[in-house]
Design a protein around this ligand. Sequence first.
Ligand code: DSN
Length: 428
Amino acid sequence: MSSPFDVFITGDDEVLDLLAQEWARQTSTLQLIASENFASPAVMAATGSVLTNKYSEGYPGRRYYGGNQVVDEIEDLARRRLIGLFGADHANVQPHSGANANVAVYQALLEPGDTVLAMRLDQGGHLTHGSPASMTSKAWNFVSYGVTPRNDDPAAPGEMIDFDNVRDMALTHRPRMIVAGATAYARRIDPAPFREIADEVGALLMFDSAHVAGLIAGGSHPNPVPYADVVTFTTHKTLRGPRGGAILCRSDHAKAIDMAVFPGQQGGPLEHAIAAKAVAFREAAQASFSTYTRQVVANASAFGDALAREGFRLVSGGSENHMVLLDLRDFDADLTGKVAQEVLDRAGITTNRNTIPDDPRSAFITSGLRVGTAAETTAGLREDEFATVASLMARALREREDAAKVERVREEVAELCALFDPYASFTK
Ligand code: DSN
């Protein structure tokens, strides 16, 4: 069956067939990748709109091409809605991705070689937080902070951002910028202590809220805008918009940020994506979106509890956002993240392997698995269903050598998915 969104793709059976396969995959298997979601039909329609035809290098009122009267209004609308959602001075909605947004901020506010203090990739940070594999580490001098050591006492869980380490590193290295925010970290990130440390050493503060932007917009997580000089994020994770990025900043950084995005990093903006961002920002301002984000967080907490009951160790002992980071070694010392991801794929449960703090295995193999609740909460799953998903995951992984048993899990997953149409909630 084709997706209802493919109606205008006629006469191209190869693409139609592949889209139908992907529609079937997304709707008959469980989407647990923490950085994914189901965008609304309105977001998808805007993404596929006539705006894809237009070139509009520059910014509203200052374009290098003619014919941008309507596009100017679209981009202004997106900026206004975004500023309204988070309360910032200035918004740039042109970044094609979160990585572009981060690099544009570095380019805008740093000189080549400046020191930046950010979370290390293997402790939960992002590639653009100065990973050796990223160009960011070649252009700027990244030093890193991490999380506290593992502590299995539930009253004082470890593997939380180590603010003593952040402060020590800041005092030692005197960075020009501190980056808060993470990509594989299941706890709430409080912007206030980052601001205090940044002020103590005279550093700028950038908050990368790619994962939690939707939780912030929905009021389920603290808003970093009053604390940070710049906030970056992606629009397609918990925020549930089109794939893309955005930047919020204080007015004194606005000109430099805009110049760094265009012409510094990018050429023509994707105005169809910007229209879709505008749609998503309006959706995120509704009361129903706050309800959704509260459920995302409640689901992740319940999912983590259920996974712990199945014998998985939760990195940091729990979840306060939309994700759970699992250490697989307590469940099965021989089970790697790579094998777990592959087995779960066969069982119709889509996840991603992830390094965990102090992981003895490589980033390609890993001892961890990251799961998230944003997408399947959109589809309507609640705490009870996430407990069922935890037991399906555990069964598939325990019985991974028995293809028939893994196939039985896949059938049960399909039965569960058949009860939860990800697009039903948008038509209620
Ligand atoms: N790597 C993406 C994620 O899944 O978190 C962020 O860029």
